[in-house]
Design a protein around this ligand. Structure first.
Ligand code: NAP
Length: 311
């Protein structure tokens, strides 16, 4: 039978003004109800709070599926409550991140061309067909990312610290936006020709189309593992999931390799692909560890997390 327990509440990090010293809560209340009660009593937004157990420092999840009792909290247990600072919705952050590399290619290739390439002999040559094609591929890639952010992904966390938006946006606006657009759209770039090696052009296009469609399919599989509004996780299966833990990252890299070929092997695209690939590789390794821990024997362990036969 459910009983009411008293938790000893202590702040972690900077003080939270109205944080209660104790909290009475039913042992069968959910993690979400615990967060809600702390948010109401402290007057702090629920999204800013992070609750950990005093006994071992592990996170008490803000979910509706785990009860206070399930987390191991008992009468007189200590919980630490941390104020994570101002938060922004994940969707907002992603929309802002992708907006830069969505508009920068067309701005550099057409609108800002005379200013960006001011130091080249005048008159500047018109953008080549290959450059116009690359601009379309880059724009399409990031429109797809925006649409998936709004309509496909079901995120488990509602928010992230507001300051992350600067760091994350810099990665996309500078490395995917300015870096690629500047080098690939230069009047003397390999792509400034209408006679790009057809082998590069067509194999690049094929990789891009395949990578984008397969990546979208993976995102749809992940979406269907979670009911709307919930944070549950499932074991994904389907195209690519037998090969690696995170086929969405694999196909993302395939699409960028396609762009790399169409640009006539621009190092700027390779640089972004390697930096993004390294980040995704570290997330994929973490994801494999998480699946093994969360699903135990039900999960078929993967030998490779992102690149079949390599990593
Ligand atoms: N080019 C680059 O530098 C670069 C870098 C990173 C990402 N990307 C692109 O951005 C895409 C999204 O990245 P991401 O890191 O957010 O991918 P992700 O971790 O695979 O997550 C994609 C979505 O699926 C959910 N999800 C993941 N695994 C799940 C599971 N087992 N059960 C239920 N839902 C699950 C995630 O929710 P949660 O909120 O729970 O995670 C999230 O909403 C990538 O696939 C890639 O195309 C590009």
């Amino acid at each position: 039978m459910a009983s009411t327990i008293t938790l000893s509440v202590q702040p972690r990090g900077k003080p939270i003004r109205k944080l209660p010293k104790e909290l009475q809560i039913a042992s069968d209340a959910s993690g979400h109800e615990l967060y809600n009660a702390l948010a109401q009593q402290s007057g702090c937004s629920i999204h800013r709070l992070r609750v950990t157990k005093g006994s071992d420092g592990s996170l008490v999840s803000n979910t509706k599926t785990t009860t206070v009792h399930d987390t191991g909290l008992r009468d007189q247990s200590v919980v630490y409550v941390k104020d994570l600072g101002p938060q922004l919705g994940w969707r907002t952050v992603y929309i802002v991140e992708y907006f830069g590399p969505l508009v920068i290619p067309a701005l550099f290739l057409y609108v800002l061309r005379p200013y960006v390439y001011f130091n080249f002999d005048k008159p500047l040559p018109q953008p080549s067909d290959v450059q116009a094609l690359i601009c379309a591929l880059l724009t399409l890639h990031f429109i797809k990312r925006e649409l998936e952010t709004i309509f496909v992904h079901r995120f488990s966390l509602a928010t992230m610290p507001a300051r992350n938006i600067v760091k994350n946006s810099a990665h996309y606006w500078i490395l995917a936006g300015v870096n690629i657009a500047y080098w690939v759209f230069r009047p003397d770039a390999a792509a400034a020709t209408d006679n790009l090696n057809p082998a590069l052009l067509y194999s690049g296009l094929a990789l891009f189309v395949f990578g984008e469609l397969a990546n979208l399919n993976t995102h749809l599989v992940l979406r269907n593992l979670r009911k709307p509004g919930s944070t549950e996780r499932g074991i994904p299966s389907g195209f690519g999931f037998g090969l690696v833990t995170c086929p969405n990252y694999l196909f993302e890299i395939v699409a960028w390799l396609g762009i790399y070929l169409v640009t006539g092997l621009s190092w700027s695209v390779l640089l972004f692909t390697i930096v993004g690939g390294a980040q995704m590789a570290s997330w994929a390794a973490k994801k494999e560890r998480r699946y093994r821990k969360e699903f135990g024997d039900k999960y078929k362990r993967k030998k490779f997390v992102m690149l079949p036969g390599i990593f």
